[in-house]
Ligand binder design. Structure first.
Ligand SMILES: Nc1ncnc2c1ncn2[C@@H]1O[C@H](COP(=O)(O)OP(=O)(O)O)[C@@H](O)[C@H]1O
Ligand SMILES: [Mg+2]
Length: 291
């Protein structure tokens, strides 16, 4: 009966509770780890992980559920698990690449995965570039936003410049993308261990164009086309994310990848499809622990 560590910041989160239950049901031993309370040490001989002053030993595998504010710390923690050969459902590289919306698409250059043309800038782009290269509307995004927060649709150059100025002033890196034409819908694909376990369409509320469940979107079960399946699975392979919520948009030119979420929630998915991702997540962690 392997010990499976769940890295999270609250036992009360729906995902933490469901994964804990699913592991118990499958006779594994879930151990809740409050991520910020992990301590690391290295010396010439070894790397050590401590939790509440006790050495973490005998961990069979790890399920990291990492919120945005803990990305940098969790990256180092995952490297420590890797140094200790403890298998994780998410690699340190996967966390860093997928979490950063520009680094994610950088990884996809030269793959055959379609995604919106993306620009990264740290300073006011001269108006010429925007004029020449972008058709309006455009999307301006914070690099590491989630739940639809930090994603803006900008209709004209006149509106874009002050937004870019403001973000620059706030020391934000700015991601600019082509707006992908859609009817306020996107697709969420839940992938575990290279397999699609469920997918849904998310429909934006009447007063918004973002389809995130947290922005008020509604999920309905959706069967993917073969092409969409391939995009989702390939993206998680390239980005090395064992558990992923892949976002796609259907455009008149075909379906394109928007982002890959490494600690995707699954309450909305359960509601829309009746499939509880916790079961597949638990199975995957147990399989890793037995390797
Ligand atoms: N390039 C784009 N074109 C059209 N709509 C987009 C684009 N990028 C994002 N969106 C919309 O905004 C939502 C949130 O964007 P996303 O990049 O997934 O950020 P978040 O991490 O906040 O979910 C998407 O689910 C989609 O509805
Ligand atoms: Mg998203």
């Amino acid at each position: 009966m392997p010990d499976v560590l769940i890295l999270s910041t609250s036992r009360k989160f729906f995902s933490t509770r469901e994964i804990t239950k699913a592991l118990k049901k499958k006779n594994a031993s879930p151990i809740y780890i409050n991520t910020p309370k992990i301590r690391l040490s290295v010396d010439q001989k070894e790397a050590t992980l401590l939790y509440k002053d006790e050495k973490i030993e005998n961990a069979g595998s790890v399920i990291p559920r990492i919120g945005r504010s803990l990305t940098d710390f969790a990256y180092i923690v995952l490297r420590q698990f890797e140094a200790l050969n403890v298998p994780c459902t998410l690699s340190s590289k996967g966390l860093i690449h997928a979490r950063n919306k520009f680094m994610a698409v950088q990884e996809l250059v030269n793959s055959d995965i379609p995604f919106p043309t993306s620009w990264l800038t740290k300073s006011r782009m001269d108006t010429g570039i925007i004029k020449q290269k972008m058709d309006f509307p455009i999307i301006i995004k914070l690099l590491t936003g989630t739940q639809g927060i930090g994603v803006m649709k900008v209709e004209s150059e006149k509106n874009a410049i002050p937004i870019i100025d403001t973000l620059t002033e706030l020391d934000q890196l700015i991601l600019i993308q082509n707006y992908l034409q859609n009817n306020g819908e996107d697709i969420r694909v839940f992938v575990v261990d290279g397999r699609i376990i469920a997918s849904m369409k998310r429909i934006s509320p009447e007063d918004d164009w973002r389809a995130n469940i947290h922005a008020g979107g509604t999920g309905i079960e959706y069967n993917l086309t073969d092409e969409e399946e391939e995009i989702a699975i390939k993206a998680t392979e390239i980005l090395d994310t064992g558990i992923a919520g892949v976002d796609l948009i259907q455009t008149p030119e075909g379906t394109k990848l928007i982002e890959v979420n490494v600690s995707p929630g699954f309450r909305g998915l359960l509601k829309a499809t009746g499939i509880n991702a916790a079961d597949s997540i638990a199975e995957y962690a147990i399989k890793l622990a037995k390797k």
